[in-house]
Design a binder for this molecule. Structure first.
Ligand code: ATR
Length: 279
C-alpha cells in the first residue's frame, strides 16, 4: 500500500519539502507520497490523532508546531527533548516518535567545510529556537568552544544554563561580538536579520573578521545575505542555509526509509525551487 508522509505548518504553502521528498521517493522507487498539511494551532491535537488513526508514516513539522506537537506524541528522542522542539515524526509500529534533525542537519552541512572541529572557536549569533537546536547539537557532538551573541543577552544566558552537554561558552552582546570577532573560526548566523525582504540588514559588522574564518548563515532566501557578502569581502569563506535545509530533510528521509539520500540532488532541487522566487 502506498505510504503517506507530509509536512504540517501554518503557513505551509511555500514549503520546499514536498518537492524535495517526492523527488526522492521517485528516485528510489518508493511507493509513497508527501503532501503539505495546513494545520492551525488549535487543530494540532486533532490533526495528530487523525494522522495516527490513518497510519501516516511520517511527518516534517514546521513553524509554529515544533514545540506544541511534543505533548501529542508517544515518545520523544532525548536530543529533541533537550532542545524542546521536534521537526520530524516517525510512525514506529503505530507509535509516533519525535526527533529533531535541524541541529544535526546544520552539523552535517558544515562538516564538509570544516573537516575537523578540534580547538575551533565558534560564535553563534542569535538565541532563538534555531540557535537552540544548533547549540545543543554542536555541544552534544563534543564541540567545546561555542560562544553566543544576542541582542538580548539573558536569552543567551538561558541557553547556556539549560544545555545538558559539556562545553565552554561565553555570552556576548552584539557590540562585544563585533569587537572580539577576530577570535572565531566559525560564525553561525541564526537570526532572521538579512532574510528577504530585509536584505540590506546584518546583525553585526564583520570589520574584525579573520580572513581564514567561515561565516555560515542559516538563511537561504536570499542565497547570499549581507553578512555573507561582507565576509567574502574580508576574504572569508561563506555558506548559506541550503546545506542545512537539505541535510535536515536527508536525515528525515533516512529515519523514514533507512536510505541516506543523494544530498547533491536535494540541494539542486531546493535551488531550483528558490530560483522561481525573488532572492
Ligand atoms: P527562530 O526560531 O527562527 O530562531 P526566534 O526564536 O524568534 O526565531 O529568534 C529570533 C532571533 O533573532 C533572536 O536571537 C532575536 O534576538 P532577541 O533574542 O534579542 O530578540 C534575533 N533578532 C530578531 N530580530 C532582531 C533584530 N532586529 N536585531 C537583533 N536581533 C534580532
Amino acid at each position: 500500500m502506498k505510504k503517506l508522509y507530509g509536512v504540517i505548518g501554518d503557513p505551509v504553502a511555500h514549503s520546499m519539502s514536498p518537492v524535495m521528498h517526492n523527488d526522492l521517493f521517485e528516485l528510489y522507487s518508493i511507493d509513497a507520497t508527501y503532501v503539505a498539511f495546513h494545520v492551525k494551532p488549535d487543530d494540532l491535537e486533532d490533526a495528530v490523532k487523525g494522522f495516527k488513526a490513518i497510519g501516516l508514516s511520517g511527518l516534517s513539522v514546521t513553524v509554529p508546531h515544533k514545540q506544541s506537537i511534543m505533548s501529542f506524541l508517544d515518545e520523544i528522542d532525548p536530543l529533541a527533548q533537550a532542545i524542546g522542539a521536534v521537526n520530524t515524526v516517525v510512525n514506529e509500529n503505530g507509535r509516533l516518535v519525535g526527533y529533531n534533525t535541524d541541529g544535526s542537519g546544520y552539523l552535517e552541512g558544515i562538516k564538509k567545510e570544516v573537516p575537523s572541529f578540534a580547538d575551533k572557536e565558534i560564535l553563534l549569533i542569535g538565541a532563538g529556537g534555531a540557535a537552540r537546536g544548533i547549540y545543543f547539537t554542536l555541544a552534544q557532538a563534543g564541540l567545546k568552544n561555542i560562544d553566543i551573541a544576542n541582542r538580548t543577552t539573558p536569552k543567551a544566558d538561558y541557553l547556556v544554563e539549560n544545555c545538558p552537554y559539556p562545553r565552554n561558552s561565553q555570552v556576548l552582546n552584539l557590540e562585544e561580538a563585533e569587537e572580539q570577532l577576530a577570535k572565531y573560526d566559525l560564525i553561525v548566523q541564526t537570526t532572521s536579520i538579512g532574510m528577504h525582504p530585509d536584505v540590506e540588514s546584518s546583525p553585526i559588522s564583520v570589520e574584525n573578521l579573520r580572513p581564514t574564518a567561515l561565516v555560515s548563515d542559516i538563511i537561504y532566501s536570499p542565497l547570499e545575505t549581507k553578512i555573507m557578502r561582507e565576509a567574502k569581502r574580508k576574504g572569508a569563506r561563506t555558506q548559506n542555509g541550503i546545506p542545512m535545509f537539505a541535510y535536515q530533510g536527508a536525515l528525515q528521509f533516512e529515519k523514514w526509509t533507512g536510505i541516506f539520500p543523494d544530498i547533491e540532488r536535494m540541494q539542486s532541487v531546493c535551488l531550483k525551487q528558490l530560483g522561481g522566487k525573488k532572492c
